[in-house]
Design a protein around this ligand. Structure first.
Ligand code: G3P
Ligand code: MG
Length: 242
């Protein structure tokens, strides 16, 4: 059964990577929830996709140059819709508290966003933070950065891991060859160009991002392990209908 991963919470219907988006993913019972983590100036774990706050907040500057107080002062919802003006950039631990409270039983896919800035020590801080919570969900680590994945592999031998790529053959081979890596997260475009390879791939294949009915149907037909989507409610309905 192909699982549905709610990309950045529910990016198509709510401001991405906010508590509102993660609550929506829980509400629609998405099989998985994906989020992106970066370091603030003081190495707080912040849930945000871009290295720069400009696109998804009313502020300016790089996440890594702003303090927690400065980041928390920003409005992370109005850019999407005025109704979400109270949304802030969440701390990783705030999302974990939500999932703990909701007793979420799916998979939390933690993307370590070190492809733009290589935040030294972010991997161990994420692992330490997870220990503070009594979660009902499973964890899956992923990153575009293979060095990050090597560091996670060295620190943790039990949690499932995947490598993300657009179409990079080097990363696809890294995912295939590394025993400790259980899957690959390629772009949906790579899937369309490599249907039979994806169907036969020896490990879990979970592309991003399937948003149209056709792309979702392709993932179901190929029997992929999962796909990421900006529209998890719609995708869960498509899965039920397939
Ligand atoms: O983890 C899948 C997907 O989130 C990777 O791309 O840029 O949306 O983080 P991006
Ligand atoms: Mg991501």
């Amino acid at each position: 059964m192909t699982l549905i991963f709610a990309h950045r919470g529910s990016k198509g219907t709510h401001p991405e990577n906010t508590l509102a988006a993660f609550k929506e993913a829980v509400r629609v019972k998405a099989d998985g929830i994906e989020l992106d983590i970066q370091f603030s100036k003081d190495e707080d774990l912040m849930v945000i996709h871009d290295g720069d706050v400009k696109r998804t907040t009313n502020g300016e500057g790089l996440v890594k140059d702003l303090t927690l107080k400065e980041l928390k002062a920003l409005d992370a919802g109005s850019w999407f819709d005025k109704a979400y003006s109270e949304e802030k950039i969440p701390l990783f631990k705030e999302v974990l508290a939500l999932l703990e409270e909701e007793k979420y039983t799916g998979i939390l896919n933690i993307e370590i966003k070190t492809d733009e800035y290589d935040y030294m020590g972010i991997e161990s801080k994420i692992l330490e933070t997870l220990k503070e919570f009594d979660l009902s969900c499973d964890i899956l680590f992923s990153s575009f950065n293979t060095e990050t994945m090597e560091r996670v592999m060295a620190l943790d031998t039990t949690t499932p891991k995947a490598v993300i790529m657009d179409k990079s053959e080097r990363k696809i081979n890294f995912g295939k060859d590394q025993i400790a890596i259980g899957g690959i997260h390629p772009s949906i475009e790579w899937i369309k160009e490599n249907k039979e390879i994806a169907r036969e791939f020896p490990k879990a294949v979970r592309p991003w991002t399937a948003n149209t009915k056709e792309d979702m149907a392709l993932c179901f037909e190929l029997g992929l392990a999962a796909f990421h989507t900006d529209f998890p409610e719609r995708a869960m309905m498509e899965k039920d209908a397939f």
